[in-house]
Design a protein around this ligand. Structure first.
Ligand SMILES: [Zn+2]
Length: 267
């Protein structure tokens, strides 16, 4: 597949996962809708268009050129080990999901990074539109980080784009306002992050917010000791204590990383 075919695949998967999870959470909503849903779709939809124009086009293009350059130079561990074909696509997927776990964890533990990740957590509800809610500053920082991963590993274009498309779809799935029966929750957790566990990562309570960082494979939270079960009291309040009334204000959203002394605290 060439780049434009891979981009089309990414776009189709994005639209399909957004539509399906949007339908599922309409039919099987687990949490009560406290804000008009159309307001959430308009705000997060407009933010997605803004982010796509500003950061994805400005950062993703250079990142793909960079990955091409790294490959042509024969840099990265995948070249050193001679990993190619389907083995390379699968190992890129697993390894980048591991990197993503640490990147997400650092976004919560390094005060400078938390400034930019915080606007995502200021959402007082968690549904599929929350998966669209990222500050452009966080996207720029994460693309910068991915440039380092690419240098370390040297993935193929296919491996990298499959990972990018899949984590977006997974993020839409685990942010959605749905829940599974305890039996299915247990089964899904053998391998995956679930909507229940990810919603608990969005609690006001720091105990569960400083946990459950995995995007796709739950193994990372298990291995690094950050898998934490929420209780029903913690699950009652999602988001952060600050900015609850203005969480759908464009200006407050953009300003959030740069204002208030509270930024220095990991709250
Ligand atoms: Zn987070």
């Amino acid at each position: 597949m060439n780049l434009s075919e891979l981009n089309t695949f990414r776009l189709i998967l994005f639209a399909l996962a957004l539509t399906l999870t949007g339908i599922f959470e309409t039919v099987w909503a687990v949490r009560e809708w406290k804000t008009a849903r159309w307001k959430r779709w308009v705000f997060h939809g407009a933010l997605t268009i803004f982010n796509t124009v500003l950061t994805r086009l400005a950062a993703l293009g250079p990142l793909l050129i960079w990955s091409e350059y790294v490959r042509n130079q024969g840099w990265g561990l995948s070249h050193k080990f001679g990993i190619t074909g389907i083995a390379e696509v699968v190992s890129t997927f697993i390894l980048f999901d591991l990197f993503d776990y640490w990147w997400h964890r650092w976004n919560h533990t390094v005060p400078f990074l938390w400034r930019f990740h915080k606007p995502h957590h200021m959402d007082t509800h968690v549904d599929v539109t929350t998966s669209l809610r990222f500050h452009p500053g966080e996207l720029f920082l994460s693309y910068g980080m991915k440039a380092i991963w690419i240098l370390l590993w040297g993935p193929s274009l296919l491996g990298f784009m499959v990972f990018e498309a899949a984590i977006t779809a997974y993020s839409q799935f685990h942010h959605s306002n749905i829940d599974f029966s305890d039996v299915w929750e247990k089964r899904l957790r053998w391998l995956h992050m679930t909507p229940r566990l990810h919603a608990s990562h969005h609690t006001v309570s720091l105990r569960t917010r400083s946990a459950n960082y995995s995007t796709v494979f739950l193994a990372w939270d298990r291995i690094f000791g950050t898998l934490r079960e929420p209780d029903s009291v913690e699950m009652k309040e999602l988001g952060l204590l600050e900015g609850r009334k203005t969480h759908l204000s464009p200006l407050d959203f953009i300003k959030a990383p740069f204002v208030s002394a509270a930024n220095r605290k990991l709250l």
